[in-house]
Design a protein around this ligand. Structure first.
Ligand SMILES: [Zn+2]
Ligand SMILES: [Zn+2]
Length: 123
């Protein structure tokens, strides 16, 4: 099933991919699904909470397997998205959310995107 193949690809690459990257990976595996089936499979996986759709600072949607809360760095040179895990950052934001609660606001979620260079491009 296309859905399972896509899930495997996302698990193996361990970094967010957009639909075009996924299509390339599928072609490498000798599969030639059309764009519509890819999007439909991604939508299903997202609904089943098996993958996460992430929005970075452009209009392209990226997908990744579900992991614990983290952030992303978009490489301005190669356009790859790196996952960023930073417990300190999360602790600070939790404090900040608490401050906002004390001021009468309510925080449901937050999103941090870094723009910069990935390890590969920065070397
Ligand atoms: Zn890069
Ligand atoms: Zn990620």
């Amino acid at each position: 099933m296309l859905k399972n193949v896509i899930l495997d690809i996302l698990k193996l690459t361990r970094k967010p991919l957009n639909a075009k990257d996924i299509n390339t990976e599928l072609l490498n595996k000798g599969k030639k699904p059309n764009q519509t089936s890819i999007y439909r499979a991604l939508e299903r996986l997202e609904q089943e909470n098996l993958i996460l759709k992430i929005n970075v600072n452009d209009s392209t949607a990226y997908y990744e397997e579900v992991k614990k809360k983290h952030h992303h760095l978009r490489c301005l040179n190669c356009n790859e998205i790196e996952c960023v895990f930073d417990r300190n950052l999360d602790t600070e934001i939790e404090k900040s959310s608490l401050n906002l609660s004390n001021q009468g606001m309510k925080v449901f979620n937050y999103l941090i995107n870094f723009d910069g260079l990935c390890i590969k491009c920065n070397n």
